[in-house]
Ligand binder design. Sequence first.
Ligand code: PLP
Length: 360
Amino acid sequence: MSYKLFIPGPIQVSEKTYRAMTTPVIGHRSKDFVELFQAIQPSLQKLLYTQDPVYLSTSSAWGVMEGSLRNVVKKKVLNCCSGAFSDKWYDVSLRCGLQAKELKYEWGTPIDPEDIRKELSTGEYDAITIIHNETSTGTMNPLEEIAAVLREFPEVIAIVDTVSSFSALKIDKDALGLDIILTGSQKALALPPGLALLSVSEKALKRAETVENRGYYFDFIEFQKNYEKGMTPSTPVIPLIYALKSKLEDIFEEGLENRYARHLRLNNLVREWVSKNGMELLPAPEYGSVTLNCIKNLREIDLPKLNEALKSRYNCVIDGGYGKLKGKAFRISNMGDETDETMAELLSALDSLLPEFAAK
Ligand SMILES: Cc1ncc(COP(=O)(O)O)c(C=O)c1O
């Protein structure tokens, strides 16, 4: 069973990436592992535009999302909530027993930097969580404007999730002054799931040193101690690290600017298809994501049936809406290795199916 994934993660994995994963495993305390770990660091730092270390965590993104909270929150965290994943992050703060407040928006509404300024001005907070690209609603938050506000509050550690945006557009960690950036392997990076990346500033590390009960598996200090030796705290998912190395080669071979331009171009192809078919995006277009589109189901498409036909007749799948948007909006990803041809094939398949499955 193999079909093309146009869902917003996990996404299509290339044959080259799968082949890289079959490289025989090595000891994670061996010289060969240190070479592998250190070989990918410069590319990861380049992709993140940072001098900070990039740790490798054998977990999905939630591991380091929860771990970051446990490492840096001493007083109170402001969780910016505007979709399924950002809402959940607030819940995770509470489950970790932390003082937390949600800065709440309707799904599909971007975070307003002014609201952040107002909240942080109370002096109650020492950390904030932001999801750059809310995958559930296809909304991209204005990170540069948010970061400008955050720089006014140096005591507040920013934890930024770039799970579905990392490497698809420029996110200049150091210039923006962002303390923690994290991402997962199965979205914009087009790797199978199971590996998370985490880049942590000196300031965030210093904070972690003063926080009790950080636990072990996601302890920043453990990550840093091992990073200095070219290693990870525990046995990592070595096949995915080989896959990451291979993907980084692909990314730099294509060139970052070309990669960013490709994502934008493919994303626009879908947006053109959306307007041509009398539909619209859930977020205002200027806040629409560049890695996926979340489209209001204005034509009353029977999404489960459409997806079944798409799969059986065209070997593709899209997403029929996440959480409370199920059936009301659908999502099409253009992340990873998608090309003009693969997107055109999907859109033409959808064109041929719409008359059959759209009520309007
Ligand atoms: C923006 C965002 N953050 C976090 C997650 C959680 O990732 P994972 O399930 O890999 O832990 C997702 C998953 O879809 C996501 O889209």
